[in-house]
Design a protein around this ligand. Sequence first.
Ligand SMILES: NC(=O)c1ccc[n+]([C@@H]2O[C@H](COP(=O)([O-])OP(=O)(O)OC[C@H]3O[C@@H](n4cnc5c(N)ncnc54)[C@H](OP(=O)(O)O)[C@@H]3O)[C@@H](O)[C@H]2O)c1
Length: 189
Amino acid sequence: MSRVVYYAAMSLDGYIAEDDDTLDWLNSYDGSYEGNGAPPVEGGYDEFYESVGAIVMGSVTYEWVLGYMKSTGRSWMYPGMPSWILSSRDLPVPEGADVRIVDASAAEIHDGMVAAAAGKNVWVVGGGNVASQFADAALLDEVRATVVPVVLGQGKPLFDRRIDGGPMQLTGVYPRKNGMVELTYRLES
Ligand SMILES: NC(=O)c1ccc[n+]([C@@H]2O[C@H](COP(=O)([O-])OP(=O)(O)OC[C@H]3O[C@@H](n4cnc5c(N)ncnc54)[C@H](OP(=O)(O)O)[C@@H]3O)[C@@H](O)[C@H]2O)c1
C-alpha cells in the first residue's frame, strides 16, 4: 500500500534551507563517521527514490530546482516521475517532465497522487509548509529526516507549525558513512 512520506535533509537545529533558500550547508557537507557503537548503514537517496512513484512540492522548492537546472545545465531531476507542484501561479514546465502545476489542497490531490504512484510511495519533497499541510489533513504517514550535523541558527524549518495528533513512533535509525543520520518516524492518523 502506498505511503505518503516526507523525506528531507535538515540541519541539527531543524532547518531544511537557509532563509534565502540556499542549500550550500547541505551540498558542501563533507563529514565522516567511523561507526563507533553503531555501524554505518548503506543506502540513502537512491534507495529511497526507488520506492517512490509520485512526488509533490511547493513552488519555492520547484523554482529552486529550475534555477539549479539552469545554473548547472542539468535536465529535470525526476524524469518520468508524476510530479505535483503546488502554486497559485503559472510556472514553466521543463521539456519532457511529467509535471502538473496545481492550486489545490493536500486532500484534493492525495488520491490522484496515490493512483499515479501505482503501489509505490508518494514523496512529499517539501518545504515545511507543504509537509505541514499533509500532516494537518492527516495524510502524512511517515517522516524520514536526514540529520546533517550543521547548525544554521535560523532558516526554513522542517515543519512550519505545530503538528497535533498522537506521538510519532520511531521506526528506524540509519547512521551513514558521511556522518549524517536518517531518522524515520511513523505518524499515527
Ligand atoms: N533540505 C531538504 O531536504 C529540502 C527539501 C525540500 C525543500 N528544501 C528547500 O526548502 C525551501 C522550501 O521553501 P518554502 O518552505 O518556503 O516553500 P515551498 O513549500 O517549496 O513553497 C511554498 C509555496 O508553494 C505554494 N503553495 C504551497 N501550498 C500550496 C497550495 N496548497 N496550493 C497552491 N499553492 C501552494 C505557495 O506559493 P505560490 O502560490 O506563490 O506559488 C507557497 O508560498 C526551498 O529553499 C527548498 O529548496 C529543502
